[in-house]
Design a binder for this molecule. Structure first.
Ligand code: ADP
Length: 879
C-alpha cells in the first residue's frame, strides 16, 4: 500500500529537518509520529496510540491540542531536544488537496524565546566555537579558540579570539545552553567537561556555514554594511567566520530576520579579572555548590534588582569583575551617592518597579512576534524610564550623568505609543480591539458608521427580554452562527408572549433553543463586513507602530541597558545599606588590607549569628603568604572565602563587608577550596586537587590572589605534606608566581618552614581549651597553632570514647617523631621514608598516663567526678 499523501508530506518535512522532533499541525492539534511520538509521549506523559498510515501498518502516534504546545515545547527543550514547529500555512478551506505545511520555527535550548523556556533573571546564551590560530600563526592545534556568544531573546551578540583557557573561563561565566560547532570539530576537553556537567546541547553544523565568504555575506546582509571594519571585524577571519555562522544558524532556526541584533561587541577578556570555572564554582558567585541552595551565592545576597534586565546585568557584573581602577571607582562613586541618599533609592525603586523586560520585548519586536500588549508594555516602560531619568537628575556621580543622557531618549516616546492603545489588549493582532478611539480618524469614522448597529445589537437583549417577558433571556455570539437569542425550556414555560414569528430556530441545545432573526442577521452582516475592514486597519496601524518601535531599536537597547545598570547600582546600594558594607579604597598596585572583614553570605543567611570579623594584611614587601593553622571547624575556609569575596566585590564596584578595606586590583583569584563537583565525573579528590593546583602554579602572577585550603589532604600524610611544602616555597619565592596567598593547612609541620621564609607569616585561628572542651573563637591571630585539636573535634562530633582514647594514644606516639621542615637533614630522611604505619601498637603507657594526668583539672571537678576519673585511669592503665 502506498503512503498517504499526508504522511508523504510529513516524511518530506521530517527529512528536511533531521535531528528535530516534529510537531506537525493538523487542524487544532499537533500530532507526532513514530520515534518522535515514542520519545515525546514519555517526556510529556501523553498516551501513545497508533494509526494506520497506509504503508507498512501501524504508526505510533501521539497528539495534543495546539495551545498545549506552549507548555510542552519548554519541557521537550529542557529534556535536550530540538523541536520543529510545523504549521498549516494556508487556509484549509482554500487548499486544493493536502493543506500546505511548513516549519515556522525550530526551538532548541539556546534558541528558545518564549517566556516559558526562560528564567527572567538569567540570559539565554548560545555559543559558537571554532579552533583558531593566533596572529603569529601559532595555535591550530586546539590551544586558540574563536567564539561568538548570542542571546536571541535580547539581541546580544559578541565575539572573541582567545586562548582556549580564556574561552573556558568565559564559557563557564556565561554558561550557554547550547554550543554550535562545524561538523566533526573536536571540542577542547576542558569545555567538554563543562558541557557534560551542565548538559549543554551540542549542535554540529555543515562546515560551509563557517566559511569566511559565506559568513561575511550573512554579516553584511544582516548589519547592512559593506565592509568588515564597520563591525570591527577587519582582519579577524576566525571571529568573522564564527559570528556569521552563529547568526545564520539563528536566522535559520527562527525563520525571521532578527533585526534586534543591532550591534556586535568584540570582547576583550583582558578588561576583566580572570575567574576560572573552579573559582566561579568554589566561591559560589552565581551558582550554588549544592544545586538548589541559591541563597548560598554572592548574587543572591547582592540582588536587590527590581527589573529582570537589572537581574541579568548584576549576574554579568558579578562574574566579570573589572581590572581598570577608574571604571571601578566610577561604579563605587555612583553606589556611594545612592547609599547616602535613601530618598533617591526609594524613588528609583518606585520608577523601576513597573519597567518590563524591554530587552526581551525588543527581541519579540525584532523577530516579528510582538503583539499589542508588548508594544503597550514597551510604551509604559519607556514612560517609567523617563521617570528614572528624572530621579537621576538629582544625582551627580559621573556615571549617572551618562546614564541619564541615555535615558532622556525615552522622553515622550512612551506616551507617543500609549496614546494608540486601549487599556485592555488582546493577545491576537488581527481581530481588532487594540487601537484606542481618537487615535485614528479613519478608524473612528469606520467605527462610527456601525455605531448605531452595534448599539442596536447591544440593546437587543434588554428589548427582547421586555418584549417576551423573559427577564433572563440571553443574546450570545459564537463563531458558527454569529449572534443568536437563547431561550431555555424553563424560560419558555414562563414567557408571557409566544415566540415571535420572525424568530428562526437555528439550534436546539440540551436546555433550550437558539434563534436568529432576519433583522439581527442583516445588522450583523453589516457589522461583520465593516469589522473585516476595521480589523485590517487596526492591524495596519499596529504594524506601523511595531515598525516604529523597531526603528527605535538602537535607542531602546541603549535605554534598556541604562535601566539595567541603574538597577544594578541601586541593588549594590541597597545591599550596602542593609549589611553595613563600606566603600573600599581600590588602587592600582598590589596589596590587600582588610579591617573587620566578614563573610557576606554567611552573615546574610544567618542574621543572628555572632560573626567574628577578621583582618587581612597582605603586601608584596611585607607578608605575601599567610599560613593559617587551626583545628577543623575553626573558620579557616570561611576566612579564605570571605577574603576572595571581598576582593571580588571591590572589583565589581560594590561596597564590601568590612570596617575598612584597601584593595590593590588583582588580575585573578585562584581557589583550591572545598569539595569539587568534578568528583562526580570520575576523578579522585586528589586528582582534582592537583589539577586545580597545577593550574594555579602555572598561571598565578604577582598580581593574583591565591586561596589554598588543605592542599594535600587527598593523599598520604608525607606525600601531602611534601606537596604542600613545595607549593608554599614556589608561591613565596618564584618571582613569576609570587602571588598574594592565603594557605590554610592542617600540616603543622609547615609552620617551621614559614618561619624561615621572609615574606610568609604564621597565623592561627584562635581556640580556647578548657579541660577537654574546645571553644572556637574564629579569630585570626599571628603565630602558629601548636596543636591540630583534631581529636577534640572528633570527640565533639561524638566519636565513641574508646576510639577517642585510642586516637590520643596513637597521637602521642606519633608526636614523639617530630618533624621539623626547617631541618634539611631530617627532610631528606622524611622523603626517603616509607609511609608510616599508623596502627602499630604503642608501648608508652606511662607517657599516656602522664598526659592524662596533666590534662586533669581537679579544681573544676566535683568529688564524684574525681573519683570516677580515678576509676577510669585504673581501668585503662592499671592492668
Ligand atoms: P574550617 O575551614 O577551619 O574547618 P570553616 O571555615 O568551615 O572551618 O568554619 C566552620 C564553622 O564556623 C562554619 O559553620 C562557620 O559558619 C563558622 N565560622 C567560621 N568563621 C566564623 C566567624 N568568623 N565567626 C563566626 N562563625 C564562624
Amino acid at each position: 500500500m502506498a503512503v498517504t499523501p499526508l504522511m508523504q508530506q510529513y516524511y518530506e518535512i521530517k527529512k528536511e529537518n533531521p535531528g528535530c522532533i516534529l510537531f506537525f499541525r493538523m487542524g487544532d492539534f499537533f500530532e507526532l509520529f513514530e520515534d518522535d511520538a515514542v520519545i515525546a509521549s514519555k517526556i510529556l506523559g501523553l498516551t501513545l496510540t497508533s494509526r494506520n498510515n497506509g504503508a507498512s501498518g501501524a504508526t505510533p502516534l501521539c497528539g495534543f491540542p495546539h495551545h498545549a504546545a506552549e507548555r510542552y515545547v519548554p519541557k521537550m527543550v529542557a529534556a535536550g531536544y530540538r523541536i520543529a514547529i510545523c504549521e498549516q500555512v494556508e487556509d484549509p478551506k482554500l487548499a486544493k488537496g493536502i493543506v500546505k505545511r511548513d516549519i515556522v520555527e525550530i526551538i532548541s535550548a539556546g534558541t528558545a524565546m518564549n517566556e516559558e523556556n526562560l528564567n527572567a533573571k538569567e540570559a539565554n546564551y548560545l555559543c559558537a566555537y571554532v579552533p583558531a590560530t593566533s596572529d603569529d600563526g601559532k595555535g591550530g592545534n586546539g590551544d586558540v579558540a574563536a567564539f561568538a556568544i548570542a542571546d536571541v531573546t535580547t539581541g546580544y551578540l559578541a565575539t572573541c579570539r582567545s586562548s582556549v583557557q580564556a574561552f573556558e573561563c568565559e564559557f563557564s561565566r556565561r554558561m550557554p545552553k547550547e554550543i554550535v560547532i562545524p561538523e566533526g570539530t573536536t571540542i577542547p576537553s576542558a569545555i567538554m567537561d563543562l558541557i557534560k556537567a551542565e548538559n549543554v546541547l551540542v549542535t554540529e553544523l555543515p562546515a560551509i556555514l563557517f566559511a569566511e565568504d559565506q559568513a561575511k555575506d550573512v554579516l553584511f546582509t544582516h548589519f547592512k554594511v559593506e565592509a568588515l571594519d564597520g563591525l570591527g571585524l577587519d582582519g579577524r577571519v576566525f571571529e568573522t567566520s564564527v559570528t556569521g555562522a552563529l547568526l545564520q544558524y539563528l536566522i535559520n532556526q527562527k525563520k525571521s530576520e532578527l533585526s534586534h541584533f543591532t550591534t556586535l561587541e568584540i570582547l576583550n577578556l583582558d578588561d576583566y579579572m580572570t575567574l576560572d570555572p573552579s573559582t566561579l564554582r568554589n566561591l559560589e558567585l552565581v551558582r550554588p555548590l549544592n544545586a538548589d541552595d541559591y541563597s548560598s551565592t554572592l548574587c543572591s545576597v547582592l540582588d536587590f534588582t527590581v527589573t529582570a534586565m537589572g537581574g541579568r546585568t548584576l549576574k554579568d557584573w558579578v562574574s566579570h569583575p573589572l581590572i581598570a581602577v577608574d571604571r571601578i571607582r566610577e561604579r563605587e562613586e555612583a553606589v556611594g551617592e545612592l547609599v547616602q541618599n535613601p530618598v533617591a533609592l526609594d524613588e528609583l525603586k518606585e520608577s523601576l518597579t513597573s519597567i518590563l523586560d524591554m530587552e526581551r520585548l525588543m527581541g519579540r519586536v525584532g523577530s516579528g512576534r510582538a503583539n499589542a500588549r508588548d508594544l503597550a508594555g514597551m510604551g509604559r516602560s519607556l514612560s517609567q524610564a523617563s521617570k528614572v531619568a528624572d530621579v537621576l537628575e538629582g544625582l551627580h556621580a559621573p556615571l549617572f550623568e551618562g546614564l541619564r543622557e541615555t535615558l532622556n531618549a525615552a522622553k515622550g516616546r512612551g506616551e507617543d505609543l500609549l496614546k494608540y492603545f486601549n487599556d485592555d489588549l488582546p493577545m491576537t493582532v488581527r481581530e481588532g480591539g487594540m487601537i484606542r478611539p481618537g487615535a485614528s480618524a479613519e478608524l473612528d469614522a469606520m467605527n462610527e458608521d456601525i455605531k448605531e448597529r452595534r448599539e442596536w445589537i447591544a440593546s437587543l437583549e434588554g428589548r427582547e427580554r421586555e418584549r417576551l417577558g423573559i427577564p433572563s433571556l440571553k443574546v450570545g455570539y459564537n463563531r458558527v452562527f454569529g449572534y443568536y437569542i437563547e431561550i431555555t425550556k424553563a424560560q419558555m414555560a414562563k414567557a408571557t408572549q409566544p415566540i415571535p414569528d420572525e424568530y428562526i430556530r437555528k439550534q436546539t441545545t440540551v436546555n433550550g433553543e437558539r434563534y436568529i432573526t432576519p433583522e439581527m442577521k442583516e445588522c450583523e452582516s453589516v457589522i461583520s463586513n465593516a469589522e473585516v475592514n476595521i480589523h485590517a486597519l487596526e492591524y495596519k496601524i499596529f504594524c506601523e507602530l511595531r515598525e516604529r518601535v523597531n526603528s527605535w531599536r538602537a535607542e531602546l537597547q541603549g535605554i534598556a541597558d541604562a535601566i539595567a545598570r541603574v538597577d544594578s547600582l541601586y541593588s549594590f546600594a541597597r545591599a550596602a545599606r542593609k549589611y553595613n558594607y563600606v566603600c573600599p579604597e581600590v588602587f592600582e598596585g598590589t596589596g590587600i588590607e582588610i579591617r573587620g572583614g566578614f563573610h557576606p553570605v554567611i552573615v546574610a543567611v544567618n542574621p543572628d549569628l555572632n560573626f567574628v570579623p577578621n583582618d587581612v594584611t597582605l603586601s608584596p614587601d611585607g607578608t605575601r603568604l599567610m599560613l593559617i593553622t587551626g583545628p577543623n571547624m575553626a573558620g579557616k575556609s570561611t576566612y579564605l572565602r570571605q577574603t576572595g569575596l571581598i576582593v571580588l566585590m571591590a572589583q565589581i564596584g560594590c561596597f564590601v563587608p568590612a570596617e575598612s578595606a584597601r584593595i590593590g586590583v588583582v588580575d585573578r583569584i585562584f581557589t583550591r577550596v572545598g569539595a569539587s563537583d568534578r568528583l562526580s565525573r570520575g576523578l579522585s579528590t586528589f586528582m582534582v586537587e592537583m589539577i586545580e593546583t597545577a593550574n594555579i602554579l602555572r598561571n598565578a602572577t604577582p598580581h593574583s590572589l591565591v586561596l589554598l585550603d588543605e592542599i594535600g589532604r587527598g593523599t598520604s600524610t608525607f606525600d601531602g605534606l611534601s606537596i604542600a611544602w613545595a607549593i608554599v616555597e614556589t608561591l613565596h619565592s618564584e618571582p613569576a608566581r609570587m602571588a598574594l596567598t592565603l594557605f590554610a593547612t592542617h600540616y603543622h609541620e609547615l609552620t617551621g618552614l614559614v618561619e624561615s621564609l621572609e615574606h610568609a607569616g604564621n597565623f592561627q585561628v584562635a581556640v580556647q581549651e578548657k579541660g577537654d572542651k574546645l571553644t572556637f573563637l574564629h579569630k585570626i591571630l599571628e603565630g602558629a597553632c601548636d596543636s591540630s585539636y583534631g581529636i577534640h573535634v572528633a570527640e565533639m562530633a561524638g566519636l565513641p570514647p574508646n576510639v577517642v582514647r585510642r586516637a590520643r594514644k596513637i597521637l602521642l606516639r606519633l608526636e614523639k617523631q617530630k618533624i621539623d621542615p626547617s631541618d634539611e637533614a631530617q627532610n631528606k630522611k622524611i622523603k626517603a621514608q616509607p609511609q608510616m604505619d599508623l596502627f602499630a601498637p604503642p608501648d608508652e603507657n606511662t607517657l599516656l598516663l602522664k598526659d592524662e594526668i596533666r590534662r586533669l583539672k581537679p579544681e573544676e571537678m566535683t568529688p564524684m567526678q574525681a573519683l570516677q576519673r580515678l576509676m577510669d585511669l585504673k581501668e585503662n592503665y592499671g592492668k
